[in-house]
Design a protein around this ligand. Structure first.
Ligand code: MG
Length: 384
């Protein structure tokens, strides 16, 4: 079997583009992948075009070798764009292998360690004063874990340049969390994602402010380039941290896992290097009794990849899932996985079990999407 073509599609679905990769073979099988940078699709397209030059003619079953070449071949190894593009190729190769052998991808990864994949509800926005009401509604719908995202708009179509003041947000979030806890009771697991916006001091103080609420985890309260910064924060709080959705490759994860800084590894199959790198991160985490909790904010290909990975991974905790997905066009994705309550049943179809209609992509043409540029009231920049 040989690779005959590698195509990419940046399709505008919802508030930004999804970047889907299709790897074709001379066996009449094609595989699908998705890249996870959530923006900068022209850069991803350029990387895939470069990869295509040497991938055509290769045996798509040499997955580990291809992964090594994609990550290392330009001498300046890895990086966000290269690794996200390589992730999409890797996912597509596993999809091809599964179809070729007539088996779901999870079987190729070692077989089933569980029969269903439990998700957490993403997200309750930062808007309004309705966390308690919405949380109770989610619990009514069967969700057992709810992650809150202070500062985010209710509808991502309205993501905009805005003012973000950390101390105001911390105070507001602490009050909403207390109302939410009172509404849902002690049995529901709650979490908060600050999307990299706090300093070490602010994050430590927030943990103190909400100590009585009882969080399952605090996700990326600070930026995550520096393990030392997390070590400083770790010394100031016992709060479990969920870290790593933007990590590109196993080497970025290593110090966070080895130093006990990451309590839930938020690996993104579409960023970290596909299934190939995800398995290695999960193995590193397993050796430290750390669970993985995949990041999954993209489309149906990302979700399918994360579900297969979770089925085969013993130290899996929960999968992120946007419980209110509004943009899943059936003409573009005629076959997707379907969640039942707060969990996905074990997939049974060969490969990933997801379809993408290349012809329909023309109806969702690429548009430049710029992430919002958030600032403090004094004009200084902050992460969105
Ligand atoms: Mg996050």
């Amino acid at each position: 079997m040989k690779i005959t073509d590698v195509k990419h599609f940046a399709v505008k679905v919802g508030f930004r583009c999804r970047f889907v990769v299709k790897v074709e073979t001379d066996a009449g099988i094609h595989g699908l992948g998705e890249a996870g940078t959530a923006g900068r699709e022209r850069a991803l397209a350029g990387a895939i075009d470069h990869f295509r030059e040497f991938l055509i003619g290769q045996d798509p079953r040499r997955i580990e070798d291809i992964n090594q070449v994609l990550y290392r071949s330009q001498y300046f190894e890895g990086g966000t764009i290269i690794t996200a593009a390589a992730s999409a190729i890797d996912i597509a190769l596993w999809d091809i292998l599964g179809q070729h052998l007539g088996t779901p991808v999870w079987q190729l990864l070692g077989g089933a360690t569980r029969q269903e994949v439990t998700c957490f509800a993403d997200l309750i926005s930062g808007e309004g004063e309705t966390w308690a009401e919405r949380g109770a509604d989610l619990v009514e719908k069967g969700w057992g874990t709810i992650r809150c995202a202070p500062g985010m708009p209710d509808d991502f179509e309205r993501l905009a340049d805005t003012i973000y003041e950390p101390w105001e947000s911390m105070q507001w979030t602490a009050e909403r969390l207390r109302e939410l806890r009172a509404a849902v009771g002690p049995g529901i697991r709650l979490a908060v994602d600050f999307h990299h916006r706090l300093s070490v001091a602010e994050a430590a103080e927030f943990c103190r402010m909400i100590d009585d609420v009882g969080l399952m985890f605090l996700e990326e309260p600070i930026r995550s380039e520096s393990p030392d910064a997390y070590a400083a924060l770790r010394a100031m709080t016992a709060m479990p941290f969920a870290i790593g959705e933007e990590f590109s490759g196993i080497y970025v994860f290593a110090p966070f896992i080895e130093r006990g800084l990451c309590n839930y590894a938020r690996l993104d199959v579409c960023n970290v290097g596909g299934f190939t790198a995800s398995r290695k991160v999960a193995a590193m985490a397993e050796a430290h009794y750390i669970d993985v909790m995949p990041h999954n904010p993209l489309g149906p290909v990302s979700t399918a990849a994360a579900v297969h990975f979770a089925i085969a991974t013993p130290n899996f905790a929960l999968l992120e899932y946007n419980w209110d997905v509004r943009h899943q066009p059936e003409d573009l994705f005629p076959r997707v996985m379907h969640i039942e309550g707060d969990r996905f049943p074990i997939p049974t179809e060969p490969g990933l079990g997801v379809d993408f209609d290349e012809a329909a992509a023309a109806d969702y043409p690429f548009e430049y999407w710029e992430p919002p540029h958030w600032r403090r009231r004094d004009g200084s920049y902050t992460n969105w």
